[in-house]
Design a protein around this ligand. Structure first.
Ligand SMILES: Nc1nc2c(ncn2[C@@H]2O[C@H](COP(=O)(O)OP(=O)(O)OP(=O)(O)O)[C@@H](O)[C@H]2O)c(=O)[nH]1
Length: 437
């Protein structure tokens, strides 16, 4: 089920002080598949699922995914406190002095001086061990040196926005599939390289000609998307050039022309022809470039294949060069548990979209029910699909569990390769309980 999340939300978060990426990713991703909804638990659904409605990766033999990550390093000993504990017994010290210097040393003055020099040595050692205020760890960048860029990606459904984002960011941030409108929420992708950070925003629903759309929420979504695009530093207008050559979509042409006509001094715009790998005669690409060449707002034209990665390096390089001196909005991405949870949902969702070619994926409630990191470093991930109707459940399960099994096996493989560890994936398909009137 598609849920509307206003396009302004990620922009608003851009102006906030740094919040770990994971929290924001989850806050936008929480529509129907958040781990938070796990609390709703299986009470929403019939608990008696048929055995073929389950997938359990432990029933499939897979080679181990490599060495288990080492345990966290032990806390290093603090040499200052160790030194503080090293207070000699004075009588032992006197005996040592005698043995070394052949006479009994020092009166009261010597003792005081010795104690003072010991304190000075200790203070010096403490100061030496204290990291300087601006000491930066490896890869850290001072705030005043940081460069940032916010990028909105605009395009018709299925133009390849998610695939391109994934390729640029280098992690799986969005479910990619053959279906249109797979982006059920704005997915934030963050690329941090050297001193530069680029935040990518998906802008679902930004299309012209929305008059007459059946649902009011769709109209609201479209309007909200339009009103927010000017807030990005840079806009990528993306279209499927292969489709354009075969069956041009007048709405897409209008979109490209409208965004290319109005110059916005505060925003750079670029036009990206995507899926160039599908175009057999490359000369056709020049024809398309010519068709849109007189649009003043487009600073550059790129021909890319987001899926195959063609031309993406040049595009990323160009984006890096457009960054402005501004502190980063996001912590440089580390694979936190919250990001991993989101990825686990996205990967399973992607496999479901690949295998179920009806409206089913959009009406099914998909939840993360359990997430555990086991002692051996492996992960136990349990997700449930809750279908409104028995017939929908049956389509997702497939004959003798063949569909859910395939989804599970493929998702499990991919999660193992992303997380670089063993993943015990459990998927259950249930039917929602009928609410009594
Ligand atoms: N051959 C080819 N296929 C691509 C390319 N980019 C995307 N695709 C395919 O096009 C389909 C749609 O891609 P997505 O990235 O989901 O498109 P999207 O614009 O994010 O779609 P929505 O979420 O519906 O807005 C998927 O089947 C992709 O595999 C490309 O460069 N070449």
């Amino acid at each position: 089920m598609r849920r509307f999340v206003g396009a302004l939300r990620p922009l608003r978060t851009l102006t906030l002080s740094p919040i770990p990426t994971a929290l924001r990713v989850l806050s936008t991703a929480s529509a129907s598949s958040s781990s938070a909804s796990a609390a709703a638990s299986s009470s929403d659904s019939d608990s008696a699922a048929a055995p073929d409605a389950d997938f359990d990766s432990s029933e499939f033999a897979l080679p181990p995914s490599g060495p288990t990550p080492p345990p966290p390093p032990q806390q290093a000993r603090n040499p200052v406190s160790a030194l503080r504990k090293l207070r000699f017994d004075p009588s032992l010290r006197a005996r040592a002095d005698e043995a070394l210097f052949g006479k009994e040393r020092g009166g009261v003055d010597d003792a005081v001086e010795e104690e003072r020099s010991r304190e000075v040595a200790l203070a010096l050692l403490e100061a030496a061990l204290e990291p300087p205020d601006d000491d930066l760890g490896p890869g850290e960048v001072r705030e005043e040196d940081q460069m940032s860029l916010s990028v909105g990606i605009v395009g018709a459904p299925n133009a390849g926005k998610s695939s391109l984002t994934n390729t640029m960011v280098g992690t799986k941030v969005a479910a990619v599939s053959r279906k249109t409108n797979t982006t059920t929420h704005e997915i934030l992708g963050v690329l941090t390289k050297g001193i530069t950070q680029i935040c990518f925003f998906d802008t679902p629903g930004l299309m012209l000609g929305h008059h007459g759309l059946p649902h009011r929420d769709v109209t609201v979504r479209v309007e909200s998307a339009w009103s927010s695009i000017n807030l990005y530093d840079l806009l990528i207008v993306l279209f499927d050039v292969n489709r354009h050559l075969k069956t041009p979509d007048t709405r897409v042409v209008k979109l490209i022309k409208r965004l290319g006509a109005e110059v916005n001094p505060n925003q750079k715009r670029i036009l990206c022809m995507n899926k160039v790998d599908l175009v057999e005669d490359k000369k056709d690409l020049l024809k398309v470039a010519k068709e849109f060449e007189d649009l003043p707002a487009y600073e550059r034209y790129f021909m890319v294949s987001g899926l195959k990665g063609k031309g993406v390096k040049d595009l990323v390089q160009f984006l890096m060069e457009q960054a402005v001196r501004r502190p980063w909005d996001e912590e440089p991405t580390t694979m936190t548990e919250e990001i991993m949870k989101t990825i686990s949902l996205e990967v399973v969702r992607e496999k479901m979209l690949d295998h179920i070619h009806q409206e089913i994926p959009y009406v099914i409630d998909h939840r993360l029910m359990d997430w555990k990191e086991l002692k051996d470093g492996s992960l136990r991930v349990e997700q449930h699909f809750i279908a409104p109707k028995q017939s929908q459940r049956q389509i997702l399960v497939g004959k003798n569990g063949s569909k859910i099994g395939r989804i599970g096996i493929e998702a499990n493989e991919e999660l193992r390769s992303i997380f670089k560890r063993d993943v015990h994936l459990i998927l259950q398909v249930r039917v929602a309980k009928k609410r009594s009137a």
